[in-house]
Design a protein around this ligand. Structure first.
Ligand code: KG4
Ligand code: ZN
Length: 339
């Protein structure tokens, strides 16, 4: 069988990444140039700086990916690129580069939804995985439950109506003086803490008529910030590990319960985790325990494929390539692209 090579670019936020993937499922190269050290001193991603860094990094990252994959542009069959959601200036660097390559090489151009890319990271990590399944996408920008009926048939079941789970992790971590991005630091601190120490609220309930698979994390975020601020005012010392563990438990409880409820409702026996927060150790442990006892098969990617990378975009692009879902040279960045 001749192999089909996809070159993909990912520049939606603060990682400049290029990857070469064979037949959609085998990573030949996945180069990720992280801008985290650049943004760390500002406590978060500065969009204008991110765009400039992408411009500097995008060509070297593509060259490195081709060289590591042992291939050249002439052998690439399709060019995939994230065109949203994300920061507009950051996305535009990837989109303009991909359009230029597709035009110069006369190869198909494929616009990929970043969220869908996160889900498809699982197809790279688990060769046996096939649709259908329910996916929980938890990242810095998104908390969504998606029913993937087939490779190109995705149905949104619910999403957050305010903060994303990763955003809550990062904002709370910032108040605790952890560096950006704070999620992994909370994860670590929580290992020494008691998850039952503080009863933070869990937003399970939804209002009458509201989608029961909707999420809300702003109330929890405020509760944790109030707890920390009032302790500071009263000059009381708080146990950072206990706050981290109790906050994390509140997030994980809701994520696990709603994901299982969604899988039961749509009638699938497989559950998939995706996005940066899928790397959270407590989410993985709790989800494993509670899905196993109910007979579900659980999949999640290794940490490097949970956070932003171009290999997941190449995988998603490959299945769009098979479906001839091509973009033309009018492809534009769509910062608030929906599923
Ligand atoms: O998917 P991603 O790289 O970027 C977006 O598309 O947003 O996710 C980044 C998010 C950040 O909020 C980061 O704090 C969070 O994922 N994250 C974690 C962990 N590792 C990354 N959150 C909790 N625990 C972790 N171990
Ligand atoms: Zn992402």
């Amino acid at each position: 069988m001749t192999q089909s090579l996809t070159l993909a670019l990912e520049t939606s936020c603060d990682e400049t990444s290029a990857a070469v993937v064979a037949n959609g499922r085998t990573i030949l190269a996945n180069i990720i140039s992280s801008q985290v050290p650049t943004h760390q001193k500002f406590g978060g991603v500065v969009p204008e700086i991110a765009s400039r860094k992408h411009i500097e990094n995008v060509i070297p990252v593509i060259e490195q990916a081709l060289s590591e994959a042992g291939t050249t542009l002439a052998d690439i069959d399709a060019i995939g690129v994230t065109y949203g959601p994300g920061l507009v200036g950051a996305l535009l660097v990837g989109v303009a580069t991909a359009k230029t390559l597709a035009f110069a090489l006369n190869k198909p151009l494929i616009g990929v939804n970043h969220l869908e890319g996160h889900i498809f990271a699982n197809f790279l990590a688990h060769k046996e995985l096939q649709p259908p399944f329910v996916a929980l996408v938890v990242s810095g920008g998104h908390t969504s439950l998606i029913h993937l009926k087939d490779y190109n048939e995705l149905v949104l079941l619910g999403q957050t109506r305010d903060d994303a789970a990763g955003e809550a992790f990062d904002k709370i971590a910032r108040v605790m003086n952890f560096p950006y991005p704070g999620g992994p630091h909370i994860d670590n601190a929580a290992k020494q803490g008691n998850p039952q120490a503080i009863a933070f609220p869990r937003a399970f309930a939804v209002q009458e008529g509201e989608n029961k698979f909707a999420f809300s994390f702003s109330g929890l975020k405020s509760a944790v910030l109030n707890y920390l601020n009032s302790a500071k005012q009263r000059e009381e010392t708080v146990s950072i590990p206990d706050v981290a563990a109790s906050f994390q438990a509140a997030v994980v409880d809701v994520l696990v319960m709603k994901t299982i409820m969604a899988a039961e409702q749509v009638g699938v026996d497989q559950i998939v985790l995706a996005g940066g927060v899928a790397a959270n150790s407590s989410l993985q442990t709790e989800m494993t325990a509670r899905t196993t006892e109910r007979g579900f098969k659980l999949f999640y990617p290794p940490a490097v494929l949970c956070t932003d990378n171009a290999a997941m975009i190449a995988c998603r692009a490959y299945y769009q390539y098979l479906a001839k879902d091509f973009a033309d040279l009018h492809l534009n960045a769509v910062p608030s692209l929906k599923l």
